[in-house]
Every structure is written in C-alpha cells, then in structure tokens.
Write a protein that binds this ligand. Structure first.
Ligand code: ATP
Ligand code: MG
Length: 553
C-alpha cells in the first residue's frame, strides 16, 4: 500500500480501537461461501481484510462459510485457497463454519434457556405473513409461548431427526414490531435432511447465516468483521446475539460492493455462463474471476494495486475496467520480457545476405530491468514481417517498409525494399530487400536513421503459435442495470483467434504464469491448452492505455 494514501474508514476505526485500548491486536477474516470461484469483488474484500490486518501487525483467518449444505463443494474450497495465495496473501488459520456446528447448537440451547428462542411449527408462508411489512408491525403466534422445557425438548428432537424438512424452525425471540424486519424473531435453525460436504450426515438442522456468522466471528475472536453493505440491516441481529450470548464482542463494519464495467459479478450468473458453456470454464480468460484473470495474464500485483487505488466506499459502484487494465499494463511493462511475434506474416528475402548463414543477435529481455539480461535471436536471409508493415503505395509519413524505403529491423539491421514478388492473384508473396551490413544494432556506423523499427522472425527458426485475443465479455458498460436478460448483451467478439502466428524461438521456453510483451502488439501469457509443438498465448491487454490518456489532467 502506498504511504501517501489517506486512511480509509476501516483503518480509521482500527486506529481508534488500538489507541483506546479496545483491542491490542487485530484479527480479521475472509469468509467465502464455497459455492463458486472467487471474482474481482472478492479480490477487493481479500485485499481489504488481509491488507488492514497486515498493516496493523494483525492476522486474517480464512473461514469457509459452509453452513448451506447444498451448494457447496470441495472443488471450490481448493480454488479459493489457490486464488488467495496467488494474490499474495497467507491466512493465519483455515477454518470452517461447519466446525462450529456443535458450539452453535450449544449457543442455541443457551438462548432457549434464557427464554430468548423458541421452536415454531408454522409454515414458511405463515411466518412470512405474521412478520408484517416494513410499515406494519408483525405479530407473534402461539408457539412463542412455549415453555423453556418444551423448547429444549423439541430442539433436541429436531437435531435427532424426528421432523421433516420445514416442519419446525428455531427462532430468536426479539421484537416482532421492530422497524428492522430482520429483528422480527429471525430464524436461527432450519431442518434440512441433506448431506454436507464436511459433516456428512451428522446434522439435519443447519444454522441460518445470522446465527452462524457473528457467532463464528466471536468464537475466533475476530476484532473487525468486514462485510458488504447488504449486511447493514443484519448488524442489529449480530449485536443482539453477541450481547445475549455474552460472547466475545466482535463488531461488524460494512463497505460497498465493487463491480467492474462490462461484466457481471454475481456467482450465480458466472455459474450460468459456465454451465451454459458460454465461456470455457470458471477460469476462462474473459471471466472476472481471479482464476480467469490469472490465466489471462493479469498479475497479482496489478490486482492488488487496482484494489488499493479504488479504495473502499459506502456506495456500490462499478469501476472502469480500463483502470484495471491500466494497472495490468503498468506492472507488465516492468516485469514482462520482450519477444517478437508476427501475427500475419509476409516473407522478406534479404538478397545480399549470405545463403545459409545464421547470426545469433543479442537482444535485451526488458529495457525496464535494473540489470539488463539478454536472449539470442537468430537472424538469416529469410524472415517474416507483419503484412501490415508493408505498403506498395504508401501515403506520406508512412515510416514502415515500402518500395525504396528503409526501416530498421529490431535488434538487427537496416533494410531497404528493392522489389516485390506477387502471386497470380496479385497478393504480395515476397519482399526483396538488401541490408546495410554496417548498421547492426549496437554497432551501427551507417549514419542512416530510418524512422520505423519493425519486429520480425526468422522463418527457419520460428515456432507457430495460436493467439487468443480477448475483448470485454459484455457490450454494456453497466451490466447491473440493463433491461431484459444479461445474456442478451454478450459480446460476440469477445474472443478472436489467430491460429497461425510465428514466434521467435525463445518463446519455446515460455512458462505458465509469466507475462510477455510481444513487441508493438501487447502483453500475453502462455495458456495451459498448448504444448511444446503448439504454443497458445492469451492476450492480457493491448499496449495502448486509453484510461491513462483520458484521465490525464
Ligand atoms: P456473490 O454475490 O458474487 O455470490 P457473495 O457475497 O455471495 O458473492 P461470498 O463467498 O459470501 O460471496 O463472499 C465472501 C466475501 O466477499 C464476503 O465478505 C462478501 O461481502 C465479499 N464480496 C463478495 N462480492 C463482493 C464485491 N463485489 N465487492 C466486494 N466484496 C465482495
Ligand atoms: Mg454470500
């Protein structure tokens, strides 16, 4: 985190708590429900929870909020752990809300014993009806009058499996007239005869969110329980339960959800995209998931910097995807090695270069490196350049290759176009050039200064590569407020494939997880779909930063 940034409101609260001695150490938690892969919104929650704890010498627990048995899966648990570590954070303890089921059960018994919870036999429709509306108070039913003994026995029987799903619930006895609907005797437990991914068939009653989250916080001694704004009305229940149970006083703080433009972020929608095969999986590089961004070539640092930059607020909003790309570009510019790849080749023959000779040129990996390292790039008589880098009849100020015109080949020599060879259809087949032997990069005595520099590859040494060019997944900026179905706004051009590009041979050594700048083209990352004979690269971002340009003062 940058030092100059002013404190966010969570940091202000923490500093006050430390100053007042309310806490001597900070413990936060990140509490994902293992029902999907993590997305960019989770990343901002992770950066916040782990970030503030780290800043104040505290720790963060990873707690899987696995109280809802049906939607959860260990595949998700594994992916969540991988994503958090990849982002650069390490949790103190790996915990599961389901590990607290016995303690939570005992807490419920404690409430019953205090006359603060009761078993209700009403149907969910009856409960909803009795609850009233925001403008009308609710009313208690006769089940609220049950004795402590009866409640204890019924609750024990619920646990023992005596009742069917929906036959009974356990409710807190709070206030049916509260202006906060959630305080109107909220459900604490419901019956569900289903298998749980960790506790198996041990339980057939499961705690509701409100009776699991705050209590889990308290059991772990979480000092600052940070969640998103939709939990504001839950805070009253959170505080009430902690007070009545007389347990560790964790406190809840809320910040606004973060979304990105041109995408959807809810796990439900992302799951639909996966299940309906609109994308290739949770880690499709077009997905706003952490695994998708990783596969696409985004770096952990760029995501952290982005989250830090957007900060936290109290109002939900969508952040410009261009800003995220700006940070990706900024980081990759520093870290990505440079390589040459020709996307759409046209053949260049250097007439005055000796047949069969191969020169290994020293080419710097990255001019941004503190200590420059080099790779070797083979140069010989026959090369490929981009078709768009040649024009037979160029306009004025065209600085690329054209008849009679000179350009520099990056890391190599200056060449001049002498003639062109066309096929029967009139398309350019070969460009015949001559080179200036005294113009070698680094030892140029030619005195010639061509304005254009082109990337190229040696035909004999090039490796073929498939390039996957990505664009935004949806056509509308604000996908949370589009009329109709969100799937009506899928961008048909979100993926374009260049099946046969030619890459310099150093890219045979490309590694998964590393970024590459293809000169003049963009930033790319190797994809797991390819192999040594068929390299596949994903475009992370292009080179042009429209965001920085538009936002320059
Ligand atoms: P979704 O609505 O996408 O399904 P969720 O809130 O159900 O997400 P959880 O696994 O319950 O997902 O979330 C774990 C944590 O991440 C929670 O503290 C939640 O508030 C936070 N979080 C989820 N989405 C966002 C977001 N868009 N911006 C900020 N924080 C988020
Ligand atoms: Mg949730």
């Amino acid at each position: 985190m940058s030092e100059e940034r002013s404190l966010n409101f969570i940091e202000e609260i923490i500093e006050q708590d430390l100053a007042k001695g309310r806490h001597t150490s900070i413990l936060t938690r990140f509490p994902p429900e293992p029902n999907g892969y993590l997305h960019m919104g989770h990343a901002s929650s992770i950066c916040l929870n782990f970030g503030v704890a780290k800043k104040y010498g505290g720790k963060t627990n990873l707690r899987f909020d696995d109280t809802n048995p049906v939607t959860e899966d260990t595949e998700y648990v594994d992916s969540i752990k991988e994503d958090i570590q990849w982002l650069g954070f390490q949790w103190e303890k790996e915990l599961y809300a389901s590990d607290y089921f016995e303690t939570l059960y005992q807490y419920a018994v404690r409430l019953i014993n205090k006359g603060l919870a009761y078993v209700d036999d009403s149907t969910s429709e009856e409960i909803a009806e009795q609850k009233g509306t925001p403008t009308q108070p609710g009313r208690r039913n006769r089940f609220a009058e049950r004795s402590i003994e009866e409640n204890l026995q019924l609750f024990e029987e619920m646990r023992a499996g005596k009742y069917k799903d929906g036959e009974k619930v356990l409710r807190a006895k709070i206030d049916m007239e509260s202006s906060n609907m959630l305080m109107r005797d909220p459900l604490l437990y419901r019956i569900r005869h289903v298998h749980h991914h960790r506790t198996g068939d041990k339980w057939c009653i499961y705690p509701m969110y409100d009776f699991a989250h705050g209590q889990s916080d308290s059991i772990e001694g979480i000092t600052h329980s940070i969640c998103t704004m939709e939990f504001v009305p839950h805070r009253e229940v959170y505080d009430w339960l902690i007070e009545k149970l007389e347990i560790f006083p964790s406190r809840q703080y809320e910040f606004a959800r973060r979304n990105l433009t041109y995408t959807v972020m809810s796990k439900r929608k992302l799951l639909q995209l996966v299940n309906n095969k609109i994308v290739a999986g949770w880690d499709d590089p077009r997905m706003p998931t952490i695994s998708g961004m990783r596969r696409r070539g985004y770096t952990p640092k760029s995501i952290r910097d982005f989250c830090d930059r957007i900060g936290i607020g109290k109002r939900d909003n969508s952040v410009d995807l261009g800003l995220l790309e700006h940070f990706v570009r900024e980081d990759l510019n520093k870290t990505a090695v440079r390589r040459m790849v020709v996307f759409d080749p046209v053949k260049v023959v250097i007439s005055n270069y000796p047949d069969g000779e191969v020169e290994m040129l020293q080419a710097e990996n990255n001019p941004e490196e503190e200590t420059i390292t080099y790779r070797e790039v083979p140069f010989c008589k026959e090369l490929y350049i981009e078709r768009e880098d040649f024009m037979e009849n160029p306009p004025k100020k065209y600085f690329r290759l054209a008849p009679g015109q000179m350009v520099r080949l990056k890391y190599a020599y200056i060449i001049q176009c002498d003639s062109i060879v066309k096929d029967e259809q009139g398309a350019i087949k070969e460009i015949h050039c001559s080179y200036l032997p005294e113009s070698k990069s680094g030892a140029d005595t030619s005195g010639v200064r061509p304005k254009g520099t082109l990337h190229w590859v040696s035909i004999a040494h090039a490796v073929s590569a498939e390039l996957r060019m990505y664009d935004r997944l949806f056509t509308e900026e604000d996908m949370d407020n589009v009329p109709g179905e969100y799937t009506d706004y899928l961008n048909p051009d979100s993926l374009k494939i260049i099946p046969n590009a030619y890459a310099e041979p150093a890219l045979k050594e490309a590694k998964l997880g590393e970024g590459y700048q293809f000169l003049r083209k963009g930033y790319f990352a190797l994809d797991k779909d390819g192999d040594a004979d068929h390299l596949v690269f994903n475009r992370a971002v292009g080179l042009k930063d429209s965001w920085a340009k538009e936002n320059k003062k």
